[in-house]
Write a protein that binds this ligand. Structure first.
Ligand SMILES: NC(=O)c1ccc[n+]([C@@H]2O[C@H](COP(=O)([O-])OP(=O)(O)OC[C@H]3O[C@@H](n4cnc5c(N)ncnc54)[C@H](O)[C@@H]3O)[C@@H](O)[C@H]2O)c1
Length: 262
């Protein structure tokens, strides 16, 4: 089978570097290009050798044959890159967070217009997706819940996309708001979403953690996911890269890609 040729967008960032190393180790995938606004050298070195590096995605698209753009950049950079890659018939795997509903709708439109596949997943970690699935089940039985999400100090958004997606899933399942103490209103109670407070902690020394605490008289149920290394995202991204080349249109979320029933 022919190798799947990948360009990484945001390649010099923390996730871009993890993807460059991880994707380069796979026999059926070849990283053929790397794009980053910070690019100063003509190549970046991966475990499989030198990969052409450029600050201009259109230069690489015009000069190198590729099948998939893997994007871990910034919310502002993703949509222009997606438009450009889609117009070259390149499939999209997007992990950048902070995209709005209109951005997702545009990616779906690009998929249809250019007859390409697109996978957008705000969290490519299997454990986080399973945690959301389990939170949906717990939400049926508990009326009280709070979320504590902890991330490294350079994370751009708060609350995290994963915490918002978790609460959204819990509310969908429950069909009504969770309970809150009526009398207690304080900024230190975090951001309120449908009766669930989300507490965002930003500290060096932490990568990504989330605990969802369900409460009922005399008991709590705690569901927790800890990310201790960025390689946890790799299996999800590999699955997306391999699936997207045979797809048309958008799949949103690793849960859908895994065919998880929710
Ligand atoms: N989906 C997931 O599972 C998942 C996991 C971790 C991080 N993320 C998200 O991935 C994104 C990147 O995270 P990170 O920790 O690697 O951040 P980072 O800041 O380390 O890397 C971002 C990279 O994008 C580059 N960049 C910025 N603007 C650009 C542009 N216009 N063109 C090309 N490159 C550009 C930056 O120079 C930088 O190297 C964030 O949105 C983060 O929240 C998603």
């Amino acid at each position: 089978m022919a190798e799947i040729k990948v360009i990484i967008h945001g390649a010099l960032g923390k996730m871009g570097q993890t993807m460059l190393e991880g994707l380069s180790r796979e026999d059926d995938i070849k990283v053929v290009g790397a794009v980053d606004i910070k690019a100063r050298e003509p190549v970046v070195i991966s475990s499989r050798g030198a990969v052409p590096l450029n600050s201009d995605l259109s230069f690489l698209l015009n000069n190198i044959n590729s099948d998939v753009l893997v994007d871990f950049s910034t919310a502002q950079a993703t949509i222009p890159a997606a438009r450009l890659a889609a117009s070259h018939g390149i499939n999209l795997v997007i992990g950048t967070t902070g995209l709005g509903d209109s951005d997702i709708a545009e990616i779906a439109y690009l998929g249809e217009k250019y007859n390409i596949g697109a996978v957008v997943a705000p969290n490519f970690a299997l454990g986080a997706v399973v945690m959301i699935y389990l939170c949906r089940i717990a939400a049926r039985y508990f009326d009280w819940a709070e979320v504590v999400e902890l991330h490294h100090e350079s994370k751009a958004d708060a609350p995290s996309g994963t915490s918002l997606a978790t609460v959204k899933a819990m509310l969908e399942e429950k069909g009504k708001s969770f309970s809150q103490p009526d009398s207690l209103r304080s900024p230190s109670r975090g951001e309120l979403n449908g009766g669930v407070n989300i507490h965002s902690i930003r500290l060096p020394g932490i990568m990504a953690e989330q605990e969802v605490i369900f409460g009922a008289p005399g008991q709590t149920l705690r569901l927790r996911h800890d990310t201790v290394g960025r390689e946890c995202y790799l299996p999800g991204v590999l699955l997306a890269v391999r699936k997207v080349v045979g797809m048309k249109g958008l799949i949103f979320g690793l849960d859908k890609l895994l065919g998880m029933e929710t």
